[in-house]
Design a protein around this ligand. Sequence first.
Ligand SMILES: *Cc1c(COP(=O)(O)O)cnc(C)c1O
Length: 388
Amino acid sequence: MNYQQIKQLDDEYGAKTFARYPVAIERGQGAELYDTEGKRYIDFGAGIAVNIFGANDEEWKQAVIAQLNKIQHVSNLYYNEAQAKLSELICTKAGARRVFFSNSGAEANECAFKAARKYSYLKYGAGRNKIVALKNSFHGRTLFTLTATGQDAFHRYYDPFVGGVAIAGCDLESVKKAAGRDCCAVVIECVQGESGVTELPAAFVKALSEFCRENDILLIVDEVQTGLGRTGKFFAYEHYGVAPDLVTTAKGIAGGLPLGACLFYEKTQDVYAPGDHGSTFGGNPVACAGSHSILSRITEEFLLEVQGKSAYMRAKLKGFDGVAGVTGLGLMIGLDLKEKTAKQVAQDCLQKGLLVLTAHERLRIVPPLNLTKTQMDEGLSILKEVLK
Ligand SMILES: *Cc1c(COP(=O)(O)O)cnc(C)c1O
């Protein structure tokens, strides 16, 4: 099918929830993608920070195919090897005690929020159930995670919201005020992705972590976008030297297949019992096999390479006309623009063969982590041209 035919079907039958760019992506190799008309793109978006190893990664594909040839779905009523092996790998990499697998980032956060409430219920009884989230956060589209998303634009039409959620400013006094006396957890993104690639101040995160510890309030770190090497560490919270009680992750976890994870640490490891939470598809063996292939390659050496690429790209970007500032950590890069809007730059880049994302008024660059120097240079030169 060509672009027009695909667009026509989507226009007629899709639920119209997406403002799409006028392109249908058909295939790809690494950080190079092709649309239905055969046009080639350098990919600085990775399917919104999902395709850590780019498109069509051979090792990942072999792992997925091998699992597909065995069994494609196993109910969580039974054990399955792919899920068990991934549980061990991700817990070992993350220094976590246990993991629950879901299908998405929002569901991973639901799992964490429910776990926080149960933790508090078991220890303090009913009523200590408030979840505090931060202004400009993004935690997902389900009603609970949307309630905990500190951006009013997402809240139109959908009230009433879930009770027991408060939004605080990104400072300790504001969090304390929002927490009051019945708070069970605070949830943060170390780098707020959807609202502009804004890293939280180190002193705030440190102070928040101490406040949480002192008051037995659980610290939930949402690593859905920042996790799994994206920022040059396995998890972004490692940049901050804090120890979370629950970590959620998703986007990059399975090389493009839908999977999410909620990780439980010391305090929270025994919160859930059989029947408390569940998922039909969560921990699907095919997704888990793909994820194992991805996560086993996020080694210390690989993370150093990500840091090197980040330094290289940031140094170049700082020198571009039209760039007022560079934000974010690792290969999660935000650009403050001087004149053009982010939307305009993204559209111009698309035309010239570069896929980039926006996040509020910033341009957002989250390429596959294994993109090559040649691909970085090609993408950067298109961006430079557009920003001139
Ligand atoms: C994308 C994202 C989510 C939601 O993930 P879905 O898989 O779309 O449900 C949650 N939190 C953060 C930080 C995200 O970037």
